[in-house]
Design a protein around this ligand. Structure first.
Ligand code: SAH
Ligand code: SF4
Length: 358
């Protein structure tokens, strides 16, 4: 049975048209799904009962079952394990930032405007095989459908709503390589962005990619204001190939050119992600090379301390060295942030998602 969240607005209107329904029905159902966040046909009380029954007979409304939610001790990170209808497991992560001092999620010294960032998965596993990533280590199982991607956001929005909170940012940085699942990811972004539905601003959505060059260019041509993040981790092609098999297909220069094109088309700043691995990509010499390669490009570097995974022996860079790396970039005029490690104890950190019960 088809998942109702896999239909775009036009498809839904066509189905209802074929059932002899007036055109406003599609709008009612759309708003029920993406505005009121209904999860069952019974909740659509404005629809005639025969139509609710027919919807229930023809469409699947439950995309997955939450198996487990793990919350970090400081309440800042919540990881949810979801079982898809074919039994496969994916994970999503919610990160809370900047809470008022009296809230249970506060206490990290970064209180300010509350921010709720949702990290969604786009595939079960990943085919890109980056050595340091738990998702890459598990291999590729399948693409997620657009509906399965969107439903992760809906599930968390409901969960947060019950707690008086709201999603403020969405990042496609969970399991999978979003640009390898291009069509479904674009359909999901369109669905999230739709002003008549979930109405989430594209500017608050970030897509992170391992650096698939043709797809970066294609994304630039879409004319959406989505933020692009590129996982670079090395500027030397050989070094990059030693941890990222995708470097065989695309050289760093090709990636940077595609990023320049992205900036040209969208006028948006590109983010480069850099997971600091001890003695591999954390030296002052590498920092200078990186700064040189990025000079003149509207960008920002996000330095991530390497998170531990079972299948990779590389070590994280000590904080002092990470700060030195950051300083070299900043002195060269490249804005950067050093991300705070979080959710490690519940294996919710970058690259730690493997759809397991740990
Ligand atoms: N496939 C996409 C998005 C998912 S991975 C991509 O690779 O960009 C999200 C981010 O986590 C990427 O920047 C990735 O390089 C990073 N990452 C993967 N494993 C990591 C680890 N063990 N420690 C820190 N960051 C990691
Ligand atoms: Fe895939 Fe991203 Fe992990 Fe690489 S880092 S294996 S592209 S999920």
């Amino acid at each position: 049975m088809r998942l109702i969240y896999d239909l775009d607005r036009l498809e839904l209107a066509e189905v209802l048209g074929a059932w002899g329904e007036p055109s406003y029905r599609a709008r009612q159902i759309w708003q029920g799904l993406y505005g009121q966040l209904y999860t069952s046909p019974d909740q659509f009380t404005t629809l005639p009962s025969w139509l609710r029954t027919r919807l229930a007979q023809e469409f699947q409304f439950i995309p997955f079952a939450p198996v487990k939610r793990l919350e970090s001790a400081d309440h800042q990170t919540v990881k949810t394990l979801l079982r898809l209808n074919d039994g496969l497991l994916i994970e999503t992560v919610l990160m809370r930032y900047g809470d008022p001092p009296d809230s249970p999620a506060s206490g990290n010294g970064r209180e300010g405007k509350p921010r709720r960032t949702l990290c969604l998965s786009t595939q079960v596993g990943c085919a890109m095989g980056c050595a340091f990533c738990a998702t890459g280590q598990m291999g590729f199982q399948r693409h997620l459908t657009a509906g399965e991607i969107v439903a992760q956001a809906l599930d968390h929005t409901r969960w947060l709503r019950e707690r008086g909170e709201a999603v403020t940012h969405i990042v496609l940085m969970g399991m999978g390589e979003p640009l390898h699942n291009y069509e479904n990811v674009m359909a999901a972004i369109a669905r999230l962005n739709d002003p008549d539905g979930y109405h989430f601003a594209a500017r608050r959505i970030t897509l992170s990619t391992v650096g698939l060059v043709p797809e970066i260019r294609r994304l630039a041509d879409e004319g959406r204001q989505v933020n692009l993040a590129v996982s670079l981790h090395a500027v030397d092609d050989k070094a990059r190939l030693s941890i990222m098999p995708v470097a065989k297909r695309y050289r760093v220069e090709q990636i940077l050119q595609a990023c320049r094109y992205y900036v040209e088309k969208t006028h948006r700043r590109v983010t480069f992600e850099w997971a600091l691995i001890r003695d591999f990509n954390d030296t002052p010499a590498v920092a200078r090379q990186l700064a040189q390669r990025l000079s003149g490009l509207l960008c920002h570097v996000n330095i991530i301390p390497l998170n531990p995974t079972d299948g990779y022996s590389g070590a994280a860079t000590p904080r002092r060295r990470a700060l030195a790396f950051k300083e070299i970039l900043e002195q060269a005029g490249i804005p950067c942030t050093l991300r705070v490690r979080r959710g490690i104890e519940i294996r919710a950190g970058c690259g730690q998602l493997a759809g397991s019960f740990v």
